[in-house]
Design a protein around this ligand. Structure first.
Ligand code: GLY
Length: 433
């Protein structure tokens, strides 16, 4: 190291000095083990995020979190000088760096990179990461000056401005998120009782379409209604969740990707797929959106119906996962034939993050089942089978974007990394609670 290059993101695991285990929250922690305390004039000024942990045999989120932090630094080095309007999207086989896409309403993944940076900042408190997070977030501010292109406005704003607001309490971020919530609500069809997810596909599907992914975006409406936004936003989000619950699922609790409704009288016409293997198959990421979505809806409503439903959609996912996978990471579609059984790490990341939250809302045995499942998912994701390591600058490999379109099959994809770091932070918080 030198003045411009800090020693960063080192985890000392099970360090023993004179036979004594050294870890951050140890009782009676000696002053001398911290580099900043030891030689503050020299070493301490050149280090950042040095973690001391001791393993208890349990999965320790600090280790993958430090890994993520070092990957973020490496990616940021590659991205300099920054063009904040170009957002990491994927890394395909054999590539090392992120493929970038222009930030725009049509590019639904534009918010994930700023969100990763905000979460990494939350962990490392690195000023350089904070600066980058601010720049990439601001590059999305233009979205609130235009009509909603589609439901993905929620993903774009929740991941960037809301994550940033959590860290900074910047009132400008709040104002932008509130305006975006009002814009998202313009897609609501009161007759149907849901948001029109893809206005551009109304003709293709023969009616008002709502996709399961849209459940995630209700968070923007709920959040806004609790933060000086209109009560109407809350009512819209609840109606959307209720209507989806009624029509978007098969009797076993697995979901269609797309539900099509009559635009004028609102009746449910059909359930079909867009990114899954078939209309009746279980597309893993679709089901992961349902698990995450209904858990989040319960967070805001405290309505038992939604908590019961979150468990129902989770339990079928876990059952099918065990039937179809050799580990805790699903095949991209649980009904895909043997010739196309690529894993989808991104679905596992979404589910792991959701189950850590869900485990907080249920009692005893069920809480343990969900927390253990999430920990097992994170443990598998943190193994060399899924971590990118030296292969590329992403956290993880082996996600599937849009299999039927032949796009992003077995790739590193930015949203897998986003939900992975979110889940790791949630687990760390639970452990230290
Ligand atoms: N929201 C699109 C996807 O899950 O791929």
């Amino acid at each position: 190291y030198d003045d411009s290059r800090k020693v960063r993101n080192i985890v000392f695991e099970n360090l023993k000095i004179n036979g004594q285990a050294i870890y951050d929250d140890m009782p009676g922690k000696p002053r001398w083990y911290s580099p900043a305390d030891y030689v503050p004039m020299y070493v301490g000024n050149h280090t950042e995020n040095i973690v001391f942990t001791h393993s208890t045999g349990a999965f320790n989120p600090d280790i993958p979190l430090a890994y993520c932090a070092s990957k973020v630094n490496r990616a940021l080095e590659q991205l300099r000088p920054y063009d904040f309007t170009m957002m990491p999207r994927n890394i395909l086989e054999g590539q090392y760096q992120w493929n970038l896409r222009k930030a725009k309403a049509e590019e639904w993944c534009s918010g994930f990179w700023p969100g990763i940076l905000w979460m990494d900042f939350n962990y490392t408190t690195s000023e350089a990461v904070h600066k980058a997070a601010t720049g990439y977030t601001d590059a999305l501010a233009f979205l609130v000056g235009q009509p909603a292109f589609d439901h993905d406005l929620g993903f774009l704003i929740i991941n960037s401005f809301l994550k940033g607001y959590e860290q900074t309490k910047d009132s400008r971020y709040k104002r932008i998120a509130l305006r975006a919530a009002d814009t998202l609500a313009t897609l609501f069809n009161n007759k149907v009782g849901t948001i029109l997810s893809w206005p551009r596909h109304v003709k293709d599907y023969g009616g008002h379409n709502t996709i399961m992914d849209n459940m995630i975006n209700l968070e923007l409406l709920f959040w806004a209604s609790q933060n000086e936004g209109s009560k109407r936003l809350y009512d819209i989000a609840v109606r959307h969740a209720e209507t989806t619950l009624r029509h978007h699922f098969r009797p076993d609790g697995s979901c269609y990707h797309v539900a099509v409704y009559d635009t004028l009288d609102g009746h449910f016409i059909k359930g079909v797929t867009h990114q899954g293997y078939s209309d009746h198959s279980m597309w893993s990421r679709g089901q992961s959106w349902a698990i995450y979505g209904y858990t989040m809806v319960y967070r805001y409503t405290h309505d038992q119906r939604f908590l019961d439903f979150a468990q129902r959609v989770t339990d079928i996912y876990l059952k099918r996962l065990h039937e179809t996978s050799d580990d805790w990471i699903p095949i991209w579609d649980m009904d895909a034939p043997a010739s196309m059984q690529e894993k989808d790490a991104s679905a596992a990341c979404v589910v792991a993050s959701a189950l850590l939250e869900l485990s907080q809302y249920v009692d005893g045995k069920k809480a343990n089942v969900y927390r253990d499942a999430a920990t097992n998912m994170l443990s598998d994701l943190s193994s060399p089978r899924y971590q990118s390591g030296e292969n590329n600058v992403a956290f993880l490999m082996h996600s599937v974007g849009h299999h039927p379109a032949g796009s992003e099959i077995d790739a590193s994809i930015v949203y897998a990394d986003y939900y992975y770091i979110e889940a790791l932070l949630r687990l760390k918080k639970l452990i230290t609670k």
